[in-house]
Design a protein around this ligand. Structure first.
Ligand SMILES: *[C@@H]1O[C@H](CO)[C@@H](O)[C@H](O)[C@H]1NC(C)=O
Ligand SMILES: *[C@@H]1O[C@H](CO)[C@@H](O)[C@H](O)[C@H]1NC(C)=O
Length: 370
């Protein structure tokens, strides 16, 4: 039997919900939660959960990591977060055959401006390193239609997932492009990756807009990942890596398709870490439009160390079978093409209909620049 039950707790948000309002597992499937403190009871007993205008207390996160199989969670109204200078996950999702979606007009606002100080995860205030952690999601699962804005540093961390489709999201951190009183003239938001994907298989990410200040998508490990229909601006582009020196250092069969990258540092980028080992293979960039880029149009480099380029590539990470097909557009400055491979560690790069213009000083030490 289905019943709709409203879970709400009066008084302080941190107070435990009154026992009389705890839902009986036997008959509750559909639950509307209006108080943060009632989320855990809903997760334990409901399979259709609406989170309505949830105000998350400072230092706390929304824990959806143990959803029952087949659960749908719908964010409704405005989801807001308090501020605490600490590193914690602000939304955590896990489960099998789950759907995370939102009601029309809903907004998830991470209150990022409270943390932004121009330093991201490199220093300054202690910040939640990931806003939306999707861990061990399996079966046939979907995250769709969410409108997320103002996250503190990285937004999505997708790890240990298999069989997940993410579609039609809007991630808007454009408010962090401007300096604020704590950022010494720098853009206030920093290290604000849209999607960091690792150790995951059978992932589709599609139809999503990302406005941020770092990688639009970064795949550091995983196989069978398709990224398509992305609209990326303000950040660092569509990236593999940096690969190497982590617990999982294999990236295989990753495709970036039918996407645009504008007003960003880079377009298509593959990075590996100096002095490490790993494999990057079967990478496709197809139908990618670039404009207003400032650093590299196409970039493959094997010289990363501690997050920066050393200029001295190493060959422990093998990069093979990389295809660029119909990748075109313009730089406003920087290099159209930059390939810096280690000795013998790159093979099988194919360029078809690749035309990037407006940059200067192209440099390719494996094959010739397109
Ligand atoms: C990558 O794709 C190739 C060609 O379709 C396939 O043979 C290989 O098994 C795939 N690798 C993985 C790890 O799925
Ligand atoms: C190269 O990678 C593509 C996927 O990008 C795959 O379809 C193809 O089978 C791979 N070829 C080889 C020789 O590994």
């Amino acid at each position: 039997m289905k019943s709709a039950i409203v879970l709400a707790s009066a008084g302080l948000a941190l107070a435990a919900p009154p026992p009389t309002r705890v839902v009986r597992a036997a008959d509750a499937t559909s639950c509307t939660v209006t108080a943060y403190a009632s989320i855990s009871a809903a997760v334990a007993s409901c399979t259709a959960i609406t989170l309505s205008n949830i105000a998350v207390p400072a230092g706390s996160g929304i824990d959806l990591s143990k959803l029952k199989q087949g659960t749908t969670v719908t964010f409704a109204g405005k989801t807001t977060f308090g501020y605490k200078a600490a590193d914690y996950d602000m939304i955590t999702v896990g489960g099998k055959d789950i759907t995370i979606t939102q009601a029309s007009g809903a907004v998830i606002d991470g209150n990022g401006g409270a943390w932004w100080d121009g330093q991201g995860s490199n220093g300054g205030k202690t910040k939640p390193d990931h806003f939306f952690v999707v861990d061990d999601v399996t079966g046939t699962s979907t995250i769709e239609n969410l409108h997320i804005q103002n996250w503190p540093t990285h937004c999505f961390q997708i790890s240990g997932c298999d069989g997940l489709t993410i579609k039609n999201l809007v991630l808007d951190n454009s408010a962090g492009d401007a300096a604020n009183s704590a950022s010494s003239g720098l853009p206030a938001a920093h290290n604000t990756d849209g999607f960091d994907i690792s150790s995951s298989t059978n992932i589709i990410l599609s139809g999503t807009t990302v406005k941020n200040q770092d990688d639009c998508v970064a795949v550091t490990s995983g196989t069978g990942i398709t990224v398509t229909g992305m609209t990326c601006s303000g950040g660092h582009g569509l990236s593999i890596g940096s690969v190497g020196g982590k617990s999982d250092n294999t990236v295989e069969n990753v495709s970036f398709l039918s996407s645009s990258v504008t007003n960003s540092q880079n377009g298509c980028r593959i990075k590996s870490n100096s002095g490490t080992t790993g494999t990057i293979s079967g990478i496709t960039y197809k139908d990618i439009t670039l404009s207003g880029l400032t650093t590299y149009g196409i970039d493959i480099q094997q010289d990363y160390l501690n997050g920066g380029a050393t200029g001295s590539p190493t060959n422990g990470v093998k990069i093979s079978n990389v295809t660029f097909n119909n990748v075109h557009g313009t730089m406003s400055k920087g290099k159209d093409y930059y390939i810096l491979c280690g000795s013998g560690s790159c093979s099988g790069f194919t360029y078809t209909k690749v035309a990037i213009t407006g940059g200067s000083g192209d440099s390719c030490n494996y094959g010739s620049c397109p």
